[in-house]
Write a new protein. Structure first.
Length: 211
């Protein structure tokens, strides 16, 4: 049995967390491999419907890899990094492609990109400074959920499908709350980041050998 960690020290990785080939990691890699297909469908074939369906599936399966990892004991160090990276790449790739195609309001796309860019940069800076990992808040999850469905709906609203106006209505119905929740969660991260930095540094000091 592994020895317990000192109070405030960084948690010791569980046995098996250094695994690379796990089912959750494969799921994440499959989702990442679908991004070029989405870009081709939207910008190459100009098929908004197929692109919307694929993007909706990618958004709807966002929780699958994390669920499998937690409930089947397949949490890995690689997965902890790969999963949020995949989510960020999904957002950036999809939204930049939609900006190019012009199938969603530009200001909505820019607002999402600005928020995601700030959060990504802050995450990298905090990690470099030794902060502990910050858990995603409920507001952050709700914002991501809303936006992941808003953009496929905007694509359907720009298509030639019947009732395309209804898709646009529901796109706004999910986009506005999604933006509000995502920006509110970004403000909540400010005090959380301060605590994470202090706790991370305290943990490193406690774990470092003393003279």
């Amino acid at each position: 049995m592994a020895a317990p960690s000192a109070p405030g020290a960084s948690p010791v990785p569980s046995p098996g967390e250094d695994r690379i080939l796990t089912v959750p990691n494969v799921i994440t890699l499959v989702r990442l491999s679908c991004l070029p297909v989405f870009v081709w469908l939207l910008l190459g074939k100009e098929d908004q419907v197929a692109a919307a369906v694929l993007l909706g599936l990618l958004g709807a399966t966002d929780w699958v890899d994390g669920y499998v990892a937690r409930h089947f004991g397949q949490v890995s160090t690689l997965g902890k990094v790969l999963d949020p990276v995949a989510d960020r790449l999904l957002f950036f790739t999809a939204i930049v492609s939609i900006i190019i195609s012009g199938d969603a309001p530009l200001w909505v796309c820019v607002a999402v990109l600005v928020r995601e860019g700030i959060v990504a940069a802050a995450t990298l800076v905090l990690a470099a400074m030794g902060a502990r990992r910050i858990d995603v808040t409920w507001f952050g999850k709700a914002g991501t959920f809303g936006l992941m469905f808003a953009f496929p709906l905007f694509l359907l609203g720009s298509s030639d499908l019947a009732w395309h106006g209804l898709f646009t209505f529901f796109a706004w119905f999910t986009a506005i709350p999604g933006l509000v929740f995502s920006y509110y969660s970004a403000f909540l991260y400010v005090p959380m980041a301060s605590r994470a930095l202090a706790e991370g540094r305290a943990g490193r000091r406690a774990a470092s050998p003393r003279d």
